[in-house]
Design a protein around this ligand. Sequence first.
Ligand code: GTP
Ligand code: MG
Length: 599
Amino acid sequence: MKISNPNLRNIAIIAHVDHGKTTLVDSMFKQSGIYRANEQAEDRAMDSNELERERGITILAKTTGGWYRGVKINIVDTPGHADFGGEVERALKLVDGVMLLVDASEGPLPQTRYVLSKALEAGLTPILVINKIDRPDSRVQEVLNEVFDLFIDLDAAEEQLEFPIVYTIARDGVAKATMEDPSTTLEPLFEAIVKHIPPPTGNPEGILQFQVANLDYSDYLGRIAIGRVFQGRLNLGDEVSVCHLNGQIQKTKITKMFTFEGLKRVEETSAGPGDILAIAGVEGITIGETVSHVDTPKAMAKIRIDEPTIGMVFTINTSPFAGREGQWVTSRNLRDRLDKELLTNVSLNVAEAGGPDAFQVMGRGELQLAILIEMMRREGFELMVGKPQILTKEIDGQVREPQELLVVDVPEQYVGVVIEKMGMRKGKMSKMVNHGSGRVRLEFLVPSRGLIGLRSEMLTDTRGTAILNSLFQGYIDWQGDIPMRMTGALVADRAGSTTGYAIFNLQERGEMFVEPGTEVYEGMIVGENSRFDDLNVNIVKEKKLTNMRASSADEAIRLVPPKLLNLEQAIEFINEDEWVEVTPKSIRLRKKILKANQR
Ligand SMILES: Nc1nc2c(ncn2[C@@H]2O[C@H](COP(=O)(O)OP(=O)(O)OP(=O)(O)O)[C@@H](O)[C@H]2O)c(=O)[nH]1
Ligand SMILES: [Mg+2]
């Protein structure tokens, strides 16, 4: 195929979570001359949305561009967390090559495998970037061998095996062609990209095909479709046809188009094959759709995305406190919001869940769903969500369930605890490696069900030291019952305001989730019972006042600090007969049936 533009390279950066993708992209555009001397970029500027900055992770894939010696390089930064794998799959549609980043100490982890397999499948040219070579525990040579093994394991093509290797300290903006290279800039990385990543191909005279791989929104421009021109030319003001996924053809005019430079979008008037563009003002356009010639439109093949593996019921808030703290509370509000989400988030599905007020929201993992809930509460929504459920599949008349590869990294002394815990959850150990650093890496094949609620338990069991990573591994036969939460709930038996006195008398029963002075309702969960069954408790009991003022005695009460659950912890905690109630101000847990005498 014909090279359409020798001075253009499109590349995605892919890796396991936290291996340094966003940091490297930052350093790349700091050195690509797009900032003027007086401009200063924040750290990890690409992680631009509020939740990304708070959590220090990338959630949405984002495109940026820079220049190196007259060559335009578009870089797509992708999220490393497995739940956002759908973002990576789509990002790969935009590019001709990938930088596979691997942490020099951690080596390849489950998501490294996943993203690399997607890149190889798509036939993309890889560059291997070993990052964080400054880490005192880096083990570059071993990690290199592990990466080679991974390529072979994934049946990489002969040419794909001849990948160039660059060693980096993303944080300092340094890349080296060999470990001995005295380089103090990213030049060796830019060189490798320009030399090894093929320039885009495609016939500029062909029928226009621009496929949308991502969506964005701005109050000023409305919907923005981000995609790539594969063939033909697109000029500002052109009449075009949009080929919708449902087969409909919509004629429209392109009135705004942009290319990417650093964090900015730059207006563009004409684009050809290989150009990554944002186009604005096309109502109703969505991911996978093709913008094509006005009279002879030709749709591109659909973008295939892995199916969801986990589902959660979202419903309206029916607790006694409903409507107090949120602005959007009706099932109509909920439905509209979920519909809006589906437009930009193609790895989610929504179905009715028994009744007009409940929706089954399906995605790739607990974090993906938790992020959606967190965004909704910040927008002013109130809702309730149920315990995450694994989505089973019927294959050849048999019920199959999703399975994950789980990698647990722990200090040696916790190996026993981890193996025991995973055994209970039907995990089968497939590998154990002792790196000799005092930490051990254990691999298990485990039904996805067995991962629900695992993270918080494992962190408690290992005093916060375990690192867990998992990757979807296809479907297996139903593995039978997996025992879940071994504890019951402490449930408020009446409404009121919690008292220090009541909490003091209850705290030996288990761990409390509320502080004194918290408003509760009957059926609200106020703590975890250390025994298996639920216990109804009066947590609003006042101390009987004697003639004497009681304050001095009250002050002497020693309360154990409560465990205030955040959203993810609350979701991990609840059982099937419980809800998490989410409002802009509060996260409460409750029984589905509130009245004690009806449970
Ligand atoms: N020591 C060291 N730390 C680094 C280096 N590069 C990045 N880091 C740190 O690694 C952490 C993760 O960096 P990010 O750039 O957010 O990682 P990411 O791959 O974008 O993470 P996700 O997008 O969430 O998958 C940050 O604390 C960085 O400061 C490096 O070269 N050396
Ligand atoms: Mg990132």
